[in-house]
Ligand binder design. Structure first.
Ligand SMILES: [Zn+2]
Length: 302
């Protein structure tokens, strides 16, 4: 595609120092490209070191750091505020014991919002007791193939699973069929994909997009059952758990993650991806389009 020359731009540039401020892009698309932009990116980004999974790159112009996953596709900008997360992730081994794995398998995961060509992560909602004796009723063990730096995880309270002593089902976790239903909820208006649930006393709630936890007054996730409002959504209170109540314990990716999923059938992934992304309030899909993503929301909200 013909491009207008931009004489004020630096001659070689990564997306950071060229002023585009993208936060992730499809490296595979640029790596072997012969167009001017591909050559600029190839010249600017050099491998700095191999990490436990994937590689760290640095820009020769601006010094910015980038993470390339082991699939060699998704290159993500490492915001300076997230360099410590990368170090922590890379320096440790975050495996769970067989006992914890078995417990997580009983609870199960629904499809996640960050999938580039397959399921590369799985997150199981549970109650976590840490090695220091803390208990968190709304926590995830989050198996991931990448360090937890991508935009879809911004704002999360992140720790690592070497702190996890034990897990068990949480009373705040919604039942498997409610969780599956919310993960498959259809958007009926912009940003609105409701699932109706009912408490034992008849109280009606609606959950918007994918939900794993529920707490509202005396009502807990385990009490709620799916119900049908026949489209009359106004009779149900909108409720959900604020994200700051939830903790994520990052664990290393493993080859048998698929066994954690509640729905064994693959093929519904795309709609589940869009649901989860809408819930996160961002548009940073690690999708397969390879579109560059505009920076924004990379601030550390901790
Ligand atoms: Zn640069």
């Amino acid at each position: 595609m013909p491009r207008l020359s931009r004489k004020s731009s630096p001659p070689a540039a990564c997306p950071q120092c060229s002023g585009k401020k993208y936060i992730s892009f499809n490296w595979a698309r640029f790596q072997h490209g012969h167009d001017a932009e591909s050559k600029q990116v190839q010249r600017a980004l050099k491998i700095e070191r191999q990490l436990k999974h994937g590689w760290e790159y640095a820009c020769e112009n601006c010094g910015s750091r980038w993470y390339l996953g082991r699939d060699g596709i998704m290159m993500s900008y490492i915001h300076p505020s997230k360099a410590g997360l990368v170090e922590h992730w890379n320096a440790g081994t975050y495996e769970v014991s067989d006992e914890i794995w078995d417990e997580l398998g009983k609870i199960g995961a629904t499809a996640q919002g960050s999938i580039a060509g397959g399921r590369t992560s799985a997150e199981v909602p549970c109650r976590v007791t840490t090695v220091r004796g803390e208990t968190f009723d709304m926590a995830y063990v989050s198996f991931q193939s990448r360090p937890p730096i991508d935009l879809w995880q911004d704002g999360r309270r992140i720790r690592f699973c070497d702190e996890v002593a034990s897990v068990e089902p949480s009373p705040y976790t919604l039942s498997a069929d409610v969780r599956l239903a919310t993960s498959r909820a259809q958007e009926i208006r912009m940003g609105y994909a409701p699932t109706a649930v009912q408490a034992p006393d008849g109280h009606l709630f609606q959950l918007n997009w994918a939900n794993d936890f529920f707490a509202s007054g005396p009502y807990k996730g385990e009490d709620l059952r799916l119900t049908d409002l026949a489209g009359d959504w106004d009779q149900a209170d909108m409720a959900g758990v604020p994200s700051e109540y939830i903790l994520y314990f990052v664990a290393d990716w493993r080859a048998d993650l698929d066994s954690l999923y509640l729905d064994a059938a693959v093929g519904r992934a795309s709609e589940q991806i869009s649901a989860a992304l809408e819930e996160d309030g961002d548009t940073s899909a690690e999708d397969e389009s390879g579109e560059l993503e505009q920076a924004g929301g990379t601030e550390n909200r901790e």
